[in-house]
Design a protein around this ligand. Structure first.
Ligand SMILES: Nc1ncnc2c1ncn2[C@@H]1O[C@H](COP(=O)(O)OP(=O)(O)OP(=O)(O)O)[C@@H](O)[C@H]1O
Length: 251
C-alpha cells in the first residue's frame, strides 16, 4: 500500500495550457480514492503526474516516501514499474495472447519463465479468466479485455493501482461486474487505488474517498460516506445543479 500527496501542484503544458492550478490532494494508504470532474478538469494530468509520465511545473508529487521530482530518469522508470495502470481502452497487445499480455510486466522486470507462468495462472484465476489464457484480444469481450488489463496491472504486485476511466468504455452491466471485481481485489489484498472516473456509481460502489476537480483545482474532497445522499445513483444525482455542492456544508 502506498499513499499519494500532491502539494500546490501546478501543471502548464508547453503550449501554455494551464491544466492544474495549485492542487493539494492526499490519497491515504489503502484507500480507493475517486477523482471526478468534468472533461478537461485535469484528472488525467493528475494521473500522469502520479505515474511519473509528466513532471509538475511547480509543487510536489509524492508517492509513498518518494518525491518524484528528486528521481532521475532511470529511477523514474523503476518507480513506474511499482504502479499498476488500468486504461479505458485496455491497451492490450493484439499479437500476444492473454497469458503473454499479463506476463509482459514480469518479462520487463526479468522474472524467470517458470515464476512468470505460475504468477500468470494465479492472476487469471484472480480475475476470473481461467481457461482463456491462449485467446487473443480480438477474441475477447470488452469486460474480458479489461480483466486482462487488470491482471496485467497487478502482475508485478504494485502497491498502487491507477484506474483511468477503467469502466467508461463498458456497458453498464459489464462495468458493474468490473467494479465488483475491483472491490473484491481490495478485500483480498491491501492496495491503494486512484480511481479516475466520471461515473458517480463507480465512486459509490468502490471508493472510500472522493475529490472533485474543476478547472485544475480541487473543488471539494471528503469521504464517500459523507457524500450527500441525493447525489448518489438512485437519489436524484441527475438533477444536480452545476454549482451545487457534492458534500453537505456541515460535513
Ligand atoms: N499534452 C497536452 N498538451 C497540452 N494541453 C494538454 C495536454 N494534455 C492535456 N491538456 C489540457 O489540459 C487540460 C486538462 O486535461 P486532462 O486530460 O488532464 O483533463 P481530464 O479531466 O482528464 O479530461 P477528460 O475527462 O476529458 O479526460 C485540458 O484543457 C487539456 O486540453
Amino acid at each position: 500500500m502506498t499513499s499519494i500527496r500532491l502539494a500546490s501542484v501546478h501543471k502548464t503544458y508547453p503550449d501554455g495550457t494551464s491544466a492544474l492550478r495549485g492542487v493539494d490532494l492526499h490519497v491515504p494508504e489503502g484507500s480507493a480514492f475517486g477523482l471526478i470532474g468534468p472533461s478537461g478538469a485535469g484528472k488525467s494530468t493528475v494521473a500522469r503526474l502520479v505515474e511519473g509520465l509528466e513532471r509538475p511545473t511547480s509543487g510536489e508529487v509524492r508517492v509513498g516516501d518518494v518525491d518524484l521530482a528528486k528521481l532521475d530518469e532511470a529511477s523514474l522508470v523503476a518507480q513506474r514499474r511499482r504502479i499498476g495502470v488500468v486504461f479505458q481502452h485496455f491497451n492490450l497487445l493484439a499479437q500476444r495472447d492473454v497469458a503473454r499480455n499479463v506476463a509482459l510486466p514480469l518479462e520487463l522486470a526479468g522474472v524467470p519463465r517458470a515464476d512468470r507462468d505460475a504468477r500468470v495462472a494465479e492472476l487469471l484465476a484472480l480475475v476470473g479468466l481461467d481457461g482463456l489464457a491462449h485467446r487473443f484480444p480480438a477474441q475477447l469481450s470488452g469486460g474480458q479485455k479489461q480483466r486482462v488489463g487488470i491482471a496485467r496491472a497487478l502482475a508485478a504486485k504494485p502497491s498502487l493501482l491507477v484506474l483511468d476511466e477503467a469502466t467508461s468504455a463498458l456497458d453498464p452491466t459489464t462495468a458493474a461486474n468490473i467494479v465488483e471485481l475491483l472491490a473484491e481485489l481490495r478485500k483480498k489484498s491491501p492496495i491503494t487505488m486512484l480511481v479516475i472516473t466520471h461515473q458517480l456509481e463507480v465512486v459509490r460502489a468502490l471508493c472510500t474517498h472522493v475529490a472533485v476537480l474543476e478547472h485544475g483545482l480541487v473543488r471539494e474532497s471528503g469521504l464517500v460516506s459523507e457524500l450527500r445522499a441525493e447525489l448518489l445513483p438512485g437519489g436524484g444525482a441527475h438533477g444536480r445543479g452545476r454549482n451545487e455542492l457534492l458534500f453537505s456544508e456541515a460535513s
